[in-house]
Design a protein around this ligand. Structure first.
Ligand code: PLP
Length: 224
């Protein structure tokens, strides 16, 4: 067990302070902004003290890695919320629905159908976000901005899914704010209230533009 004053506690406290400040600067309610602490590559020994210090929402980007550390942590801390923020393959849909309380990366019909099937079968209902490829990057997952409305309609009408938000990962070589603004506009146009955007390098800008879920790893836990 780590001491109370380790760098991770400082990192977490500092990120919380910066979120408080960004919320004030944007004239937003602090309670409308959720910190998803991204724990990929870190083990349960590092995560446990962060849970004990009061952090409730965590993010992982791989189903298999999450399965190796979270079932035990969730069993001992039932109030935790675990969010899948990385790509989902359809053969992992059952595992993802069983373990995660939110999935940020619904990005094609095949995944929407597989998640829908598993939600019925397991009687589980994780919160769902559609990933949007705001930069139209060929190597990146996500629905193209111009296809978001049609995809959301298919999620609802064909797959029976209730999607509550949108998620994006802006291109690394561009200023993020135009991408956050685009995601916010798409959410508004489609009547969605949740916006998963902003990482260690840009979560303040994301909050300025309406983020409800910021996904922050290295600013809390250090480099990977
Ligand atoms: C790793 C990861 C993050 C967190 O990135 P940091 O720069 O470490 O804050 C956020 N979102 C996704 C999808 C990630 O994979």
């Amino acid at each position: 067990m780590m001491a109370e004053n380790t760098p991770i506690h400082e990192g977490l406290a500092e990120v919380r302070r910066r979120i408080d400040q960004a919320a004030r600067d944007a004239g937003r309610k602090r309670d409308d902004i959720h910190l998803v602490a991204v724990t990929k590559t870190f083990g349960a020994d590092v995560i446990e003290p962060v849970i004990v210090s009061g952090q409730k929402m965590f993010g992982e980007n791989r189903v298999q890695e999450a399965e190796s550390k979270w079932p035990g942590l969730k069993a001992s801390h039932p109030a935790l919320e675990l969010h899948l923020i990385g790509p989902l393959q359809s053969n992992k849909a059952a595992d993802a629905v069983a373990l995660f309380d939110a999935i940020h990366t619904i990005d094609r019909d095949k995944i929407a159908a597989a998640v829908s099937r598993e939600m019925l079968k397991q009687a589980r209902s994780p919160s769902l976000f559609v990933q949007v490829n705001t930069g139209l990057e060929p190597q990146k997952a996500g629905i193209a901005p111009q296809d978001v409305g049609a995809f959301l309609a298919r999620c609802r009408d064909e797959h029976g899914l209730t999607v509550t938000g949108l998620m994006c990962i802006p291109p690394v070589d561009q200023p993020p704010s135009p991408h956050f603004a685009l995601l916010a506009r798409l959410a508004r146009e489609n009547g969605l209230s949740n916006l998963s955007m902003g990482m260690s390098g840009d979560f303040e800008e994301a909050i300025q533009l309406g983020a409800t879920h910021v996904r922050v790893g290295s600013a809390i836990f250090g480099g990977r």
